[in-house]
Design a protein around this ligand. Sequence first.
Ligand code: 9MR
Length: 379
Amino acid sequence: MSQLTRRDCLALAAGASAVAGLSGCATPDRASNADHASGPPLHELASEKGIRFGSAMSARQLDDSRYRDIMLRECATMVAENEHKWYTVYPDPDTVNFVPADRLVAFAVENGLTMRGHTLLWHRPQYSPKWVNELDFSSASDTADFVEQKIALLAGRHEPVIYAWDVVNEAIDDQTGAFRETSLSARMGEQLIDHAFHVAKAHAPNAKLTYNDFMSWESTSTAHRAGVLRFLERLKRRGVPIDGLGIQSHSNYEMPDEFTRDKQRNWIAFCDEVVGMGLDIYITEFDVNDTDLKPDIAYRDRLIAGYTRDYFDMMLAYPQLKEVLVWGMVDDQSWLQTFLPRADDVLKRPTLYDKDYKAKAVRTSLADAFRGAARRQAL
Ligand code: 9MR
């Protein structure tokens, strides 16, 4: 599978009349003049190809009627941005708080959307409640009992509504590729992960079970990609009930115009190995970081739209790609506004809709990528 990058396309377009015949190059001018909300909703274009499309949503956004309208028009599925995380559900040892998660699930059910679950175990101390990080278990079996109780409650709460769970999130150190150490793995090691999947299977027997992580095509991600592959191999070897890899698809550190041919090759090699293990792939948190792009809006939108078309053309070529979720729908509400903020304080444009709830060129790119995708066996 070989793709032309946006940079390749622009270079060719500068001098070659043959550019019209190149595949994988969305023409930026056409994209910028279009009505980007026109035509069928994204979930319809996706489902015609056997793909489920949706977005993350937070409980706060339930009170935003324009946000809700976009969700209902575009999405067939949704995922809670933070409401199923341990720090929300289990903020201290004596509290269980399902209030915001229940509101989101009720919204999905009332409106005929399906719901993904994120996440039964975020294996990363930075995002784990402080009280959990401070636990000191005396044995592996004590740890296992504790983890079972927490995961069983979470996985069972919305069974059978939640059709897929990120059982484990971000267990591999993105710098070294090693399995992270936490208070929960201190006695169990990687058996903790196997246990999490087995408990999830027992309490959400109909859900697709996923390992979710943010390894990417970026050059800074080489050790992370390798670590995730070895980790998945170990899980498969031990017979862990895992159905797929959640590829978050935040392109955080390198800009969209850096998705070069070499990086595409490395990325394809990674995805080939994943599907070669018999796993499905899910894009679970797509957005595009524009921290270092010059502020001109038309310029940024053009690069982001072009990158999005390239990325999805590549990913949708895998029949194992069964669902696509974006990490939020409206620019000014994206987590990226505060993560790696722009030096000039200009609002970032990482999602499909701008702060005025108007669809951008990137939406057209995604719609076109779905139109161009082959049909596959749905989840
Ligand atoms: O978007 C989420 C942000 O609101 C939270 O503060 C943050 C910490 O819980 O998590 C963000 O979502 C992350 C997701 O859960 C896992 N992958 C990376 C996402 C962006 O950081």
